[in-house]
Design a protein around this ligand. Structure first.
Ligand SMILES: Cc1cc2nc3c(=O)[nH]c(=O)nc-3n(C[C@H](O)[C@H](O)[C@H](O)COP(=O)(O)OP(=O)(O)OC[C@H]3O[C@@H](n4cnc5c(N)ncnc54)[C@H](O)[C@@H]3O)c2cc1C
Ligand SMILES: NC(=O)c1ccc[n+]([C@@H]2O[C@H](COP(=O)([O-])OP(=O)(O)OC[C@H]3O[C@@H](n4cnc5c(N)ncnc54)[C@H](O)[C@@H]3O)[C@@H](O)[C@H]2O)c1
Length: 443
């Protein structure tokens, strides 16, 4: 007798779901996916894919600027066309991901889910759906400042839909979104002011490299206001006023609230079933299982110290697929999760940080990449890296600032993850000339 509608029911259809739910359904497990918005969630529709498409011309303009006389005439970003191009890239992704899920045998249910009991969720207050196991993958949404006039500010999704770039933009927050969007808006010609909470920018990245990015943006006209204490936003005519500090004011055309992202938990009725969580997300054990045995969580919604990025959501989703299909009974063994901020130049890192390395007494080697011939090809002037080795000589961490930092870190990642010894590293014969080769053979 069939006891439940589904074997596994996911709430949310982002990377934390579709990377694992599609292959899980292919194994014959009956999978349902409930989604209140676009299939694919944040990353394809209003995160990574959209952002990296908008950033591409920024990268090209910066490179052309560095190449100087090699190009004739000035390159300028046409923002309106950039937005059109971005839309072309992302608009079919929800259908493609829908097909991927449905072709593998999963059922998509459109609507907002709330919990009724351990095995039952209610969609849009109407339809009850039951499942043996339920996975919470509801992700994060933009945090909004709790100040007067907060509704006058916008979020990152609205920025990426701006058909015309405002002349003056104020960005509150100096994390990933604040800095990536300041880079894009400045390169496309806007006057940008970034308002900091403290004196720190990108607090999880190596601060001397962050300073290089901040100084470079400063030279390009971006203003940084430290300890800004933003008090309120006001509409004055067709402009906006940001009131901050001790009665200081700033007039602008557009305000981006980039003060972080908060868990989509409040409208799930988790208290109906006693799931444990806090303001950072849902608590899980080493099997991504909540305190209720048949309910799991994955991706950004999990309360942990991992960066809230797609590679982490992907790996957790794949792990649950293996657990639910019987391919593993082991706890999750999280690999090293790399991260990168797509400023120009980028900062990318993986493994042990420079600060941790210094505490542990590990060897930290410095590379002035500006002097390595391959980085001279595109005339990079801000390019450095630090590689960290443990006592046994294994590469255990890397952080790089350069235009190609993300590819260099990707190339080194297998050695860090698998603790390759020098003999094994010697067998990695990367293509030449590429950043993958350069990552290993700088001299
Ligand atoms: C602007 C921006 C840029 C980013 N850039 C990068 C990048 O370059 N690289 C990178 O690795 N990461 C990046 N990220 C982070 C990345 O997007 C997330 O880590 C990733 O999307 C997390 O996937 P997820 O499945 O956990 O959550 P999400 O993708 O957020 O999916 C959650 C889904 O759940 C749905 N949902 C919520 N509540 C309910 C409910 N009650 N019922 C039904 N459905 C519900 C939501 O509609 C949503 O679709 C970026 C994020 C943003 C915002
Ligand atoms: N390249 C990537 O991987 C990438 C890119 C964009 C976003 N993301 C993900 O999205 C998440 C959210 O990004 P984010 O930039 O919004 O968050 P964040 O946590 O990186 O940064 C939030 C910033 O807002 C500041 N802030 C908080 N309250 C403030 C206040 N009252 N006044 C002024 N500043 C204030 C913080 O000090 C911080 O600088 C990130 O954690 C990241 O995981 C990743």
């Amino acid at each position: 007798m069939v006891k439940y509608d589904y074997d596994v029911l996911y709430i949310g259809a982002g990377h934390a779901t579709f990377d694992g739910a599609a292959p899980l359904a292919k194994t014959g497990v009956k999978v349902g996916v409930i989604e209140s918005g676009l299939i694919g969630g944040t990353c394809p529709n209003r995160g990574c894919n959209a952002k990296i498409t908008l950033d591409e011309p920024v990268k090209i303009v910066r490179e052309a600027e560095r190449m100087g006389d090699v190009f004739e005439g000035d390159l300028k970003i046409n923002w309106t066309q950039n937005i059109v191009h971005k839309q072309e890239i992302i608009e079919n992704l929800p259908q493609e991901l829908t097909k991927r899920l449905e072709n593998s045998g999963a059922t998509i249910i459109k609507g907002h889910a709330t919990f009724k009991n351990n095995h039952t969720v209610v969609v849009d207050n109407m339809r009850e759906i039951t499942a043996e196991k339920i996975v919470i993958t509801t992700g994060l949404r933009p945090h909004r400042l709790n100040i007067l006039g907060t509704e006058l500010a916008h979020d990152s999704e609205e920025f990426m839909n701006l058909k015309k770039l405002p002349e003056k933009i104020v960005i509150v927050g100096s994390g990933y979104i604040g800095m990536e969007f300041a880079t894009m808006a400045n390169a496309a010609g806007a006057q940008v002011t970034v308002m900091l909470h403290s004196d720190k920018v990108l607090r999880n990245f190596y601060q001397p490299y962050v300073k290089m990015v901040v100084d470079d943006l400063g030279r390009r006209g971006v203003k940084f206001i430290e300890n800004s204490r933003v008090q309120s936003f006001e509409k004055i005519g067709t402009n906006y006023q940001v009131n901050y500090g001790d009665n200081q004011k700033l007039t602008t055309d557009w305000i981006l609230d980039a003060t972080g992202r908060i868990p989509n938990l409040d409208k799930l009725d988790l208290d109906n079933i006693g799931i444990k969580y806090d303001k950072t997300g849902v608590f899980v054990n080493n099997y991504l299982q909540t305190n209720i045995d048949n309910i799991y969580a994955a991706g950004d919604i999990v309360a942990n110290n991992l960066p809230k990025v797609t590679p982490a959501a992907y790996f957790e989703s794949k792990y649950l697929m293996q657990l639910f299909s019987g391919q593993t009974t082991e706890p999750i063994d999280m690999p090293i999760v790399p991260s990168v901020v797509f400023t120009s130049p980028r900062i990318a890192k993986a493994g042990i940080s420079v600060e941790e390395a210094e505490k542990k007494g590990y060897q930290v080697s410095e590379n002035d990449l500006e002097n390595y011939w391959y980085y001279k090809v595109d005339k990079e002037t801000i390019a450095q890296s630090k590689q960290i080795h443990d006592e046994a000589g294994h590469l255990v961490g890397v952080t790089e600032i350069s235009d190609q930092a993300q590819d260099a870190v990707n190339a080194l990642l297998p050695a860090i993850e698998f603790k390759l010894d020098p003999q094994q590293i010697g067998r990695l014969t990367s293509l030449f000339p590429t950043i993958g080769y350069a990552a290993w053979h700088r001299a």
